[in-house]
Design a protein around this ligand. Structure first.
Ligand code: URA
Length: 250
């Protein structure tokens, strides 16, 4: 998960995303959260298939929360795993409470721990570029969360007991947001949500389902900072997400 400083090819994805966005803007296409999208050509309705379906069951301790704010309050000063001892902030999640599109990462790094917001470091900037320049949305239009809410020391991988302790929070967030599409960023998000041990390189680029929600696995932005040649693969995956948001695969 560590964000390394190599910059080779960092601009390739951004340039490709920028060109795509310019084409989309010329075509007048915008993809908005559900309640803002009525009447716009790319809109599609609330995820009614999922209404009344507790996405978090059965693995989740029962939360009373009916909103993200209430869930955050319920989590409080969480002490469920050893990551609590090293954190500055518990990084809950950010974005539109009924976003059509949700991104799930692995866990906070140093910048996120300091600021209390997911994906604000270098990998976060790349994710922001994908959202804004690629998809043509604002960060506030989507919802962004992580599998673990507290920073693992030295950005090591989260350990199984830490994922197990924190995973119910993510599942409840998904239950409350009820996005139409989840983009799972990297091995931990994908394996946690799909309960699969298959490598991300095998899973990425194909649609999967998480409790009825379309899920697209792709590489983590921090991986892309180290392996910029694979940005073109992520762009392929993101193009599939854009098509789905526009209802072009219906
Ligand atoms: N990497 C993640 O997986 N999540 C963040 O919030 C930041 C970097």
């Amino acid at each position: 998960m560590a964000e390394h400083s190599g910059t080779n090819g960092v601009g390739i994805l951004a340039a490709s995303l920028r060109r795509h966005l310019q084409r989309r803007q010329r075509a007048g296409i915008h993809i908005l959260p559900r309640e803002q999208s009525a009447g716009i050509e790319v809109s599609f309705g609330p995820n009614e298939d999922l209404a009344g379906f507790d996405l978090a069951a059965p693995s989740t301790p029962s939360f009373k929360a009916k909103t993200l704010e209430e869930l955050r309050a319920e989590i409080g000063d969480c002490r469920l795993c050893k990551l609590c001892s090293g954190r500055t902030h518990l990084v809950f999640g950010v974005g539109h409470p009924s976003a059509r599109l949700m991104f799930v990462g692995e866990g906070p790094g140093r910048d996120e721990d300091l600021q209390g917001e997911p994906f604000v470091g270098r990998a976060g900037q790349l994710l922001t570029d994908i959202i804004t320049k690629g998809i043509g949305l604002k960060r506030e239009d989507v919802y962004i969360a992580n599998v673990v809410k507290c920073r693992p020391p030295e950005n090591r991988n989260p350990e199984p007991d830490e994922v197990a302790a924190c995973e119910p929070f993510l599942k409840k967030q998904i239950d409350l947001v009820r996005p139409e599409i989840i983009v799972a960023l990297g091995k931990f998000a994908v394996q946690t949500l799909l309960q699969s041990k298959a490598p991300i390189s095998k899973l990425r680029g194909n649609w999967h389902r998480y409790h009825g929600i379309k899920l697209m696995p792709t590489f983590h932005p921090a991986y892309l900072l180290r392996n910029p040649a694979d940005k073109k693969l992520v762009w392929e995956d993101i193009k599939k997400v854009i098509k789905e948001l526009r209802g072009e695969n219906a």
